[in-house]
Design a protein around this ligand. Structure first.
Ligand code: ADP
Length: 215
């Protein structure tokens, strides 16, 4: 499958993407994971992105398009991909459209995960992430805690609260989403590609996407 997952931070894009990749071997491409990996590795990209990310601001479009142009041409994308956290602005969506045309890649659909803001806010405040850049597994201290407190079930590294998951930064990320990313719903509606899934259970979302794709 070749799809875009659209939705506010905390809507469940990452969780849904991981479940879907297990079905058909498509890869999850999360620009947030790529950027956090770059920050931890201290690369040039990471140094440029870090300040924006910690404030909960978007990283400039040009930087993101550079990452995606090479990522989409990697071998593992041939089986399919789920874009998680990209595109995030109208200019990114337009640039992606051109890029896909150039690479002759056909998108199946854009899935919007529609989750109420209070549910999202609560989820983000209690979210914890594995600090190992190659793992970045996600937990929730209320709903999905690790077996051993503070330790990742998958790789044994520490799990931490992200620098952009303070209440202040979360509020700012949600405002940024409403201002910059929510307009993509209209953009993809016009393209005839949008499917909206309402609900808070990732099981239900996964089932809805599978049936939409005839899987
Ligand atoms: P979430 O969806 O939970 O906000 P992500 O992991 O997708 O978190 O992104 C974390 C941060 O990385 C964002 O707040 C932003 O600074 C940056 N980022 C990720 N993807 C993009 C993108 N497509 N365009 C601009 N900035 C991005």
């Amino acid at each position: 499958m070749k799809i875009i997952l659209l939705g506010a931070p905390g809507a469940g894009k990452g969780t849904v993407a991981k479940r879907l990749t297990a079905i058909d071997g498509s890869v999850q491409i999360s620009t947030g994971d790529i950027l956090r990996g770059a920050v931890q590795a201290g690369t040039e990209l990471g140094k440029e992105a870090q300040g924006y990310m910690e404030r909960g601001d978007l990283v400039p479009d040009a930087l993101i398009m550079g990452i995606m142009e090479s990522r989409l041409q990697e071998e593992d994308c041939k089986k399919g991909f789920l874009l998680d956290g990209f595109p995030r602005t109208i200019p990114q969506a337009k640039a992606l459209k051109e890029l896909l045309e150039k690479l002759k890649i056909h998108l199946d659909m854009v899935v919007e995960l529609d989750v109420p803001r209070d549910v999202i806010f609560d989820r983000l405040c209690t979210r914890r992430t594995c600090e190992n850049p190659d793992c970045q597994a996600i937990y929730n201290i209320k709903g999905m805690p690790p077996k051993k407190e503070g330790i990742c079930d998958k790789c044994g590294s520490r799990i931490v609260q992200r620098a952009d998951e303070t209440e202040e930064a979360i509020g700012h990320r949600l405002d940024t989403y409403n201002e910059k990313t929510a307009p993509l719903v209209g953009f993809y509606q016009n393209e005839g590609m949008l499917k909206t899934v309402t609900g808070t259970s990732s099981d239900a979302v996964v089932e809805a996407i599978k049936s939409e794709l005839g899987m």
